[in-house]
Write a protein of this length. Structure first.
Length: 409
């Protein structure tokens, strides 16, 4: 049995009272999913966030008879039962809802558990929802032509919640209407067509709606923002707008920001190039991690895609790849925008994947799900070191990975 673990904003609490002797521990009030396993070797990757579990299984796995096994908070219960066989194939959106109830019976949390189809190569950043736990920032997903989930984009937005800046700025700008605009003041957001509104579905999820369905953003917008008084003592004065394939591990974001950004989604194709369009305006004042002005320094953005091999010792490449000057023994190829620059007009780009010396793609490993692709975009290239200029703004659209087919081999 293969076990894949991802902890995200999961907390553990034990309440003990002391008088003349130690009293019995109170029932646990937590109700979290902590780990997920699937029988055999079916599971390729798993993501667990606050209210969502995404399981990407290997090719040719029968998803009509899957029996996920969950490790949950001590004393909690889960419905449907852990280990019970479920038909994800015929479930709407390949998704089944689970309820986790706390040991004390006072709390419960609903999780959507989804089986993901193949990682997409063309990206619309839709459907787009407001995060359920904070009710503040935008989450961007991808679905296929049949409406089945294929991917959820990661960003640093969950970490930005901690500084409390977005609600304050939204309140200043929109007053009583601030709730529906808080997402605009996060580092990563979307710009939507005229007539877009925020609607609420039957599961109380707020989403961007236009014409009766999901609204597709015209482009995504990444803005380097101040973290205010929260970030200064942590030497984290800015938060660069970023979006990437992978996971953002909120629980370690402040103590290990590079390790918290884990890049990559399972990919069964041979990438050829990274394509899209951008426009960019640098912020006026570049500062370092201590919020000191760096004279003569102008901010610039970064945009690249990693293609790498996983093994028993490596599940993800993370933010330390920047620290290593984009060198790693598992890295197979990289597509990096060679000349990022300011432009008020849209700039089209097509960046080929450059293979590392002596590296190639093994057909058997590709079919067996041993490779991942990780697109990474940031409004400040050194934002992972908390260096950049507040106000730097990067817009991106028409993002696509072109890959090798029988026709272009």
């Amino acid at each position: 049995m293969k076990k894949i673990v991802f902890l995200s904003a999961v907390s553990f609490a034990a309440v003990a009272s002391f008088s003349s002797c130690i009293q019995e521990e109170a029932p646990n009030a937590e109700c979290d999913i902590i780990e997920v396993t699937l029988p055999g070797d079916a599971l390729a990757t798993a993501k667990i966030t606050n209210d969502r579990v995404e399981l990407r299984v290997k090719n040719n796995v029968d998803i009509s008879r899957l029996a996920p096994e969950f490790t949950i908070t001590d004393g909690a219960t889960i419905i449907p039962a852990s280990g019970s066989e479920q038909d994800f194939k015929n479930a709407e959106g390949n998704t089944i809802r689970y309820i986790v109830k706390s040991e004390d019976g006072q709390w419960q949390k609903e999780y959507t558990v989804s089986i993901l189809r193949e990682t997409p190569s063309v990206y619309s950043f839709s459907p787009c929802e407001i995060d359920l736990s904070s009710d503040q920032y935008a989450i961007f997903r991808e679905i296929d032509q049949d409406g089945y989930p294929t991917m959820t984009w990661a960003s640093g937005n969950p970490g930005y919640v901690m500084c409390g800046m977005a609600p304050t700025e939204a309140g200043k700008a929109y007053g009583s209407e601030a709730k529906n605009h808080i997402y605009e003041f996060f580092p990563t957001s979307g710009v939507f067509p005229e007539g877009t509104s925020i609607a609420t579905d039957e599961n109380n999820t707020r989403y961007f709606s236009n014409g009766g369905g999901y609204a597709k953003p015209e482009f995504i917008r990444l803005v380097t923002r101040s973290t205010g008084f929260f970030g200064l003592p942590l030497n984290m004065p800015i938060a660069a707008g970023n979006i990437f394939q992978g996971v953002f591990e909120t629980s370690i974001a402040t103590k290990d920001p590079l390790g918290a950004t884990k890049f990559g989604e399972l990919y069964f194709r041979k990438p050829v190039s990274l394509n899209g369009s951008y426009r960019y305006k640098a912020g006026e004042v570049f500062t370092d991690e201590k919020n000191k002005v760096v004279q003569g320094k102008q901010d610039i953005f970064s945009l690249y895609a990693l293609f790498y091999e996983t093994d028993e010792n490596l599940e993800y490449l993370d933010g330390t790849i920047h620290e290593l000057n984009f060198k790693h023994p598992n890295l197979v190829a990289i597509a990096m925008l060679p000349d990022p620059h300011e432009s008020a007009e849209w700039v089209d780009f097509e960046v080929p994947f450059a293979f590392e010396d002596g590296k190639s793609i093994d057909e058997t490993k590709l079919e067996d799900g041993k490779y991942k692709i990780g697109i990474v975009i940031s409004s400040s290239a050194d934002g992972d070191y908390f260096r950049g200029a507040v106000g730097s703004t990067l817009d991106v659209k028409n993002l696509e990975v072109k890959y090798e087919t029988e026709e272009n081999e």
